[in-house]
Structure formats: C-alpha cells, structure tokens
Design a protein around this ligand. Structure first.
Ligand code: ADP
Ligand code: MG
Length: 315
C-alpha cells in the first residue's frame, strides 16, 4: 500500500484553480498561461481539451506530466496530489507528446523494453509484447523505427507512453499532420484503449475529432475555461441555429433587408442564416423572406456543431 494519502473520489484527474504565470520579457508583462483552471475527469472517460493556439493546453499537460511547475492551484492525478506524491502521480499517467521523439536505430520492441527500464518496471513485468499486439505493431516489432510508416510511429509513441500501464493517457494533438486514413486507425487504437478502461485526455484543434471521439469537452482560451461539459448537452443548449433556405426563383443578389438581417447567399438557389433562437423567431425569419417575394422550395435547419460552438465562444 502506498504511504501517501489518496483522494478517493473516483476522479482520474482533478485540477483546482490551476494557475501558471509567465513573464514575457519582450512585452515586460506577466501573462497567465493558465488562470485558475478547475475541472475533473471521471475514471474511464475520454475527454477533449480544446482551445486555439496559445490557449494553455500544452502548459496544462506539461504541469500534469511534471515537466512544468505550476504557479499555484492543485492537481490530483489518479487521486495523488502532485505536490505531495509527485512520483505516484507521474506513474499514473502516460503522455504522448505532439512531436515524434524516438531513436530511429532502435526497433519498436527495443524501444519499448528500453522505456520500461527507464520507468523502473521490473523485467518480468514488461508488457512490451502486449503493447505491440494492442497497437498493431507486431509485424514490424523488429524493424528499425526509421522504416516504420508515420502511423506506426505514432502508435509506437502511444505504446511508449504506456509501458508502465498508466490508468490515464494524455495525448497532445495525436493526429496533427496525419492523413485521413491514418487518422481513422489512430482513432480506433485510442478508442480501443479507452474501451479497455484507460482514461483518455486528448488535445486537438480538429473539432470534428473531438466530436467523434469524446463525450466530454473542456474548452480553454487565454488560460481560462470558456465552457466544459458533455458535448451533446452543450450543443443542445447552445443558442444558435443555422437555416438553409432553398428557393424556387434564382437569386443573384439578396435584397438589402435580408443581408442586413444577417442572411448570406450560398448560391443562386440557396441562402443561409445563423441566428439565436432566444433573440429571433423562425416566424420573423419566414415573414421577412416572404415579404421580399422569395418563393421557398425547402427549409433545412441544422444543429450547431462543436465548431459553431467554439466560434461562438472564442472570438
Ligand atoms: N516557456 C514559456 N515561457 C514563456 N511563455 C510561455 C512558455 N510556454 C508557454 N508560454 C505562453 O503560455 C501561453 C500558453 O501556451 P501553450 O500552453 O503552449 O498553448 P497551447 O498549447 O494551447 O497552444 C502562450 O501565451 C505562450 O506564449
Ligand atoms: Mg500546444
């Protein structure tokens, strides 16, 4: 049994008012890379950390990984207090960085064995073979890493982060610069790990990816959380709808009244409006269209995507 006190509330990760200040010499001012960020992740879940460039995603991950020191606030990893049980906390997570870092003259099998040793795993407890299997690397287990495809290298990075069987896996932009087919295989690997019980936190700027993979999301911007929760619920409650109006008559230019109202022409048979249901009713919209002698063929209302939500919140 560990001698450290555990925070037993079944959270895989918990951060409380986590803050990181940097001094930017060039601007002679302090910036908050993280500003009192508070959230928690249930064990076994898969959550996306979203945010534009410079939002603070990597800072957050680096603090959890023990690479960067926080300025203030608390972080618990698998119940271990990062201030009091840093080793236990570190052993509870595997971090897959965005950049591919590996020795091209090692084979995947050697890479994993070496990494296991680095983590202090006893030889008899190495799970190299299991990881090679799990991440579909068996075929190339003894080829030099430099001969692996991009997708295989990525999967090897994931395997490398898991040699100490961490219950939590953090992936920083796992599919950045990865082509569409590979992306799908990677998604499958990540999903598979999650279905077997690994808690997953991933950062991505592909909002579609977050929507496809994760149930929950935390969005940050300029070091602050802008929204968090279950993606489906957030999208349901967002005050934004998009309506495509298909017309019988060809429209070359929208009447001013319509463009001033916020309509935009998609092509000569269709125009579009994004509106806030709390401020504008469908009746208003339809009346305005009819008043301008437009004959409606069809109306298609689309629910907002995570991307709409993001653009709506982060300007
Ligand atoms: N080592 C550092 N020194 C000074 N400022 C930094 C350092 N690392 C990150 N920052 C600043 O912190 C903010 C958040 O950066 P980062 O966490 O890398 O964002 P993201 O990963 O979301 O793109 C940015 O304004 C960045 O310039
Ligand atoms: Mg980053």
């Amino acid at each position: 049994m560990s001698r450290v006190t555990l925070n037993l509330d079944n959270k895989a990760l918990k951060v409380n008012k986590l803050t990181k200040k940097y001094f930017h010499k060039s601007q002679n001012k302090k910036i908050f890379a993280l500003d009192e960020v508070t959230f928690s992740i249930e064990k076994g879940s898969m959550i996306a950390l979203l945010g534009p460039n410079g939002a603070g995603k990597s800072t957050l991950i680096n603090i959890l990984a023990g690479i960067t020191n926080k300025s203030s606030g608390k972080a618990f990893i698998n119940g271990f207090d990062l201030d009091k049980a840093v080793n236990e906390a570190k052993l509870s997570i595997g971090v897959v960085p965005q950049e591919l870092v590996m020795d091209p003259y090692f084979t995947p099998r050697e890479t994993l064995n070496f990494q296991s040793g680095y983590y202090g795993v006893k030889k008899k407890n190495y799970i190299t073979e299991k990881l090679l299997e799990k991440l579909s690397l068996k075929d190339k287990a003894d080829s030099y890493v430099r001969y692996l495809s991009g997708g295989m290298k990525r999967r090897l990075m994931i395997a490398k982060a898991m040699v100490h069987s961490p219950p939590i896996l953090i992936l920083d932009e796992p599919t950045a610069g990865v082509d569409v087919n590979l992306r799908q295989t990677l998604w499958d690997s990540i999903k598979e790990l999650n279905s077997k019980g690994t808690t997953i936190l991933l950062t991505t700027h592909y909002l579609e990816e977050a929507e496809n993979l994760c149930k929950d999301v935390v969005m940050i911007d300029k070091g602050k959380i802008v929204i968090q929760g279950e993606i489906k619920k957030l999208l349901k409650n967002i005050d934004l709808k998009s309506v495509n109006i298909y017309t019988e008559n060809k429209i070359k230019k929208l009447p001013n009244e319509l463009s001033n109202f916020g309509f935009s022409l998609k092509n000569d048979g269709c125009f579009l409006i994004n509106y806030r249901p709390s401020k504008t009713s469908m009746e208003n919209i339809l009346n305005l269209i009819l008043k301008n002698n437009i004959i409606i063929k069809d109306i298609v209302t689309t629910e907002p995507s995570l991307e709409d939500l993001f653009n709506h919140l982060v300007q």
